[in-house]
Design a protein around this ligand. Structure first.
Ligand code: ADP
Ligand code: ZN
Ligand code: MG
Length: 487
């Protein structure tokens, strides 16, 4: 089908709602004591409960509930004092119980929102609900020829705790959906509810999308694109799907409600199952678990253990440290970066300069070395100390850069590098006067120009003095001394 023209496209708007699954960062599974670790040999982290043996009874993991409450609070939801688990029944080879334990009509948290900025405009995306559930196992398909094709089931993941975050259909473009997923991921990482490692499948997303003629008040029929495990795939799948649906309607067809899969190799989505063959999950209350009650005091305790959230931190960096909005944004992208900056700023006594160093030299070198900020060879306190040495005049900007490179390479504090390399800035006027006398004697032409009124020549003379000291002279002191001597 031909792609619709830009004029046709402009008559429509897309409507998008996301369902995000995040793996909770607990040490053990949601209803048993098996470890949740990644990469163990297949079917070793299992027990009768997560293998779905008849008669085995689930016991709810308190830590999982606390993390889910934190997620709810961080996403501005109301936490329900009473919620309830429900069985969601379906058959799948990697679902040994024959049902998932999820929440249905009484979720843990509801009525939240996150604020995002997309394409330069700020907006609020509503969150319908956050509920808890257990993950299924994993099917691994192997072999190419029909005669030599096998599927394997690994149940290590079975029973891993998840939260599902369901948004309102508030997004209107793939970039808004992208920004929303990024904002949710950032918040979950900040409160340490989930590592959100998309490569390991700790954060996955289903995208619901429909289109309608602009100004229409009814929503169009939606399609759901399942299991998007990267930001790029989310954007590509939505962009493809929006064009497909508009083209379909323009050609006299209609969108059918169905589940689709995105194929990154072709950049296209394809139907997987339609609503007619969709599952009837036959939800009913989980008889093996009592309703979950979250008391006022439990909620208060979890709330008091919440770290500062990114939006709040960003505002505080601007008001307390005088950072520009852009800088505050960059430095609050991750909790690790924000904590690194704040420690460096405190030690340095010069937050703005510390911010420049973190965003410039540090992040640049980390990127080149393929390292995360948490693996930085230069600790936050050591970077702060370096900045302080600049502020007090012990190191020039240029020297500090050299010292920093060596700190990064060797993992040493500034003091060790300065000591070994004899890199201290020369501020002592006695030592500098001798050098300045040489510079004046060696550059009579420039001295004459300066004295004839061309005062910018001073920069050349300062440069000569810096060169003579291998960059170790204090620029301010050199400039002052030169001006004095030249009258
Ligand atoms: P279902 O019953 O099919 O699971 P829900 O009402 O639970 O549908 O919604 C699932 C997700 O789809 C939510 O994120 C919601 O915002 C979104 N959604 C619902 N209707 C539409 C629509 N017409 N177009 C786009 N997204 C929608
Ligand atoms: Zn188990
Ligand atoms: Mg639903």
């Amino acid at each position: 089908m031909a792609a619709p023209s830009p004029e046709v496209m402009a008559r429509y708007e897309a409507v998008i709602g996301l369902e995000i699954h995040a793996q909770l960062a607990t040490a053990t599974k949601i209803f048993c004591g098996c470890p949740t670790g990644f990469g163990a040999p297949p079917n070793t982290n299992v027990c009768p409960v997560c293998l779905g043996m008849p008669g085995a009874l689930p016991v709810l993991n308190r830590e999982a509930v606390e993390l889910a409450i934190k997620a709810g609070l961080a996403l501005n939801c109301a936490i329900r004092p009473r919620s309830r688990f429900a069985r969601k029944n379906y058959f799948y080879p990697d679902l040994p119980k024959g049902y998932q334990i999820s929440q249905y009509d009484e979720p843990l948290a509801e009525h939240g929102y996150v604020d995002i900025t997309a394409d330069g405009h700020a907006m609020r995306i509503g969150i319908t609900r956050v509920h808890m559930e257990d993950d299924a196992g994993k099917s691994i398909h192997d072999g190419f020829k029909d005669s030599d094709r096998y599927s394997y089931v690994d149940l290590n993941r079975s029973g891993t705790p998840l939260i599902e975050i369901v948004s309102e259909p508030d997004m209107r473009s793939s970039s808004e959906a992208y920004a929303y997923l990024a904002a949710v991921k950032q918040v979950l990482e900040f409160v340490e509810v989930s590592t959100c490692d998309m490569e390991k499948g700790h954060l996955r997303c289903d995208a619901n999308v429909s289109v309608r003629v602009k100004g229409a008040d009814k929503l169009g029929t939606k399609a759901e694109v399942k299991n998007l495990n990267s930001f790029r795939f989310l954007k590509e799948a939505l962009d493809y799907e929006i064009v497909r649906q508009i083209a379909l309607i323009e050609n006299g067809g209609r969108v059918v409600q169905e589940t689709r899969l995105y194929n990154p190799d072709t950049g296209e989505t394809a139907g997987m199952r339609s609503k007619e063959e969709a599952h009837d999950y036959r939800y009913f209350p989980e008889p093996d678990l009592v309703p979950l009650r979250v008391s006022e005091s439990w909620l208060a305790r979890v709330r008091s253990g919440m770290p500062e959230l990114p939006a709040r931190k960003r505002a505080r960096f601007i008001s307390d440290y005088g950072l520009r909005e852009y800088d505050a944004d960059v430095l609050t992208q991750t909790r690790a970066a924000s904590e690194y900056f704040e420690t460096a700023a405190r030690v340095s006594g010069d937050p703005k300069t510390a911010a420049n160093w973190v965003m410039g030299d540090l992040m640049g070198m980390l990127k080149a070395a393929g390292k995360e900020i948490s693996e930085s060879p230069v600790s936050a306190a050591n970077l702060g100390d370096l900045v302080k040495r600049m502020a007090t005049g012990e190191l020039s900007g240029k020297l500090a850069k050299d010292v920093f490179a060596k700190m990064f390479a060797k993992g040493e504090p500034a003091s060790a590098v300065i000591e070994r390399e004899g890199l201290k800035q020369i501020s002592d006027t006695g030592a500098l006067e001798k050098i300045i006398a040489e510079v004046i004697a060696g550059n009579p032409k420039q001295v004459e120009q300066y004295q004839g009124g061309k005062t910018t020549v001073i920069n050349f003379l300062v440069g000569q003095a810096m060169k003579a000291t291998r960059g170790q002279a204090n620029v301010a002191v050199v400039t002052d001394l030169l001006k004095q001597k030249l009258g």
